[in-house]
Design a protein around this ligand. Sequence first.
Ligand code: MF3
Ligand code: CO
Ligand code: CO
Length: 265
Amino acid sequence: MLSPSNPIPVYAQSDFAALHKAGALAAAILDRITPFVVPGVTTGQLDERIHRDILESRAIPATIGYRGYTKATCISVNHVVCHGIPGEKALVEGDIVNIDVTVIVDGWYGDTSRMYLVGEKIPAKSRKLVEVTYDAMMAGIEAVKPGATLGDIGHAIQNYAEGNRFSVVRDFCGHGIGRVFHSGQILHYGRPGTGTVLEQGMVFTIEPMINAGTWQVKVLNDGWTAVTRDRQPSAQFEHMVGVTETGVEIFTLSPAGYTKPPYSL
Ligand code: MF3
Ligand code: CO
Ligand code: CO
């Protein structure tokens, strides 16, 4: 998400349980949609199902009403980089799809996204892109600890992605989160040792968008849908993390144990 350059929020250790609860619900919702991400389903149907799940879980969909957005999720297929608006589009065999959900639980935001593979016959490049994007996100997360810098995170992601001959999207970034949706920017590229120094209690997302071709994107006339300029595929995963005394805690781990697809039901 492109965010204003506010500070990254810092929370007390005693707030981490609430962050965990919000993050775990968002992750559980992504777990529960998994069996429905199949050929023929429309992105609008997936969004409606998730919207219902959020309400039945007594949470609030954070994206509805956010800067005029009207859906409970963003669903981004193939060359859509992020902020795909759910609608009439039906998924087909071979698509790679990101579903991004943000919930509010007791005033705390939980934000996570994952890739899904539609059917069995996934083009080799798309499959590799999904793998590398997940591993790039995890490389960024592994760089998180007190005393490290935001540049260390960005570098770890960029180094991994570019080492696999993919590119890192520049126009959107991770963000501080907690009692607010977006505060501060977490770039997914950078130089080691540069930028803000991480301190215990900082809470933010790491959500790299990695492209098979050029990193350049454009936003469609709907004002939201970001697509790759060369129409090659793009992938994204998003976790929400907190800086602990010694390292990092991931708030959005999948309760079902899903990491990268294919997910075993
Ligand atoms: N969940 C997205 C993020 O990771 C934000 C989506 S805002 C929306 O920051 F309005 F597009 F839904
Ligand atoms: Co986010
Ligand atoms: Co998100």
